[in-house]
Write a protein that binds this ligand. Structure first.
Ligand code: ADP
Length: 215
């Protein structure tokens, strides 16, 4: 039942491969956002293989860590948060209760319990559209990689559900932060962008090619 993302062949059939995406059409706003990051293009080839898009339920992914779009009280809510708590079982809430909440833009780690993922990284996305706070969410989650030896991590589209962050800008922030991180952290094997809504699949398919071009 669980989706195992094979370490030898990193592309399971469930994953949209970077090199198989054809309809690359970005717009002017995309270019403006994209130009905020100076890519080290010498890393393109190596990094294109470390990112992928998955469409479906993040709780099924057998990775070192899945990220939860949590609320600041770390109380099981709706959306992806509810799905993660249901799949992990009640011990997850128990551990969350011991953490004294989490501020917006920050992240805290728990075990994965009944999930196939080893850890859940709970991050609290902005509710006011703050790009800075959303970027901080991605950075804080990725910063745990050393302490917990996380080599594979899956992110949902943080803040774009109930918290109402614009989908396209959120994807730019996610991809930009991932690209920056991967350019300097060789020990991360893969970052998965777990999309759920069809609109996010389309957005990530388009933008992945800007931030992680395949030549
Ligand atoms: P937020 O409160 O941060 O906006 P939500 O959970 O409301 O978080 O939404 C974040 C994203 O997670 C949305 O795109 C939503 O469709 C998606 N989502 C909902 N359930 C799941 C799931 N089981 N796996 C992955 N993504 C999910």
């Amino acid at each position: 039942e669980f989706i195992i993302l094979d370490k030898v062949d990193p592309w399971s059939k469930f994953v949209i491969k970077n090199k198989d995406i054809e309809n690359f059409k970005h717009n002017l706003d995309d270019l403006t956002e994209f130009q905020k990051l100076k890519l080290d293009s010498s890393k393109d080839k190596e990094l294109a293989d470390k990112v992928s898009i998955f469409q479906g339920d993040i709780t099924k992914l057998e990775v070192d860590a899945i990220v939860n779009a949590a609320n600041s009280r770390l109380r099981a809510g709706g959306g992806v948060d509810g799905a993660i708590h249901r799949a992990a079982g009640p011990l997850l809430q128990e551990e969350c209760n011991s953490l004294q909440g989490c501020p917006t833009g920050d992240a805290k780690v728990t075990g994965g319990y009944n999930l196939p993922a080893k850890y859940v990284i709970h991050t609290v996305g902005p509710q006011d559209g703050s790009a800075k706070a959303l970027q901080s969410c991605y950075e804080k989650c990725l910063q745990y990689h050393q302490e917990y030896r996380i080599k594979s991590i899956a992110f949902p589209c943080i803040s774009t559900g109930i918290y109402g962050f614009p989908n396209r800008l959120a994807a730019h922030i996610a991809l930009r932060t991932a690209r920056k991180f991967l350019e300097t952290n060789q020990d991360m094997d893969r970052i998965i962008f777990c999309t759920f809504m069809p609109i996010d699949v389309d957005i990530y398919k388009t933008l992945l090619q800007m931030y992680f071009p395949v030549h």
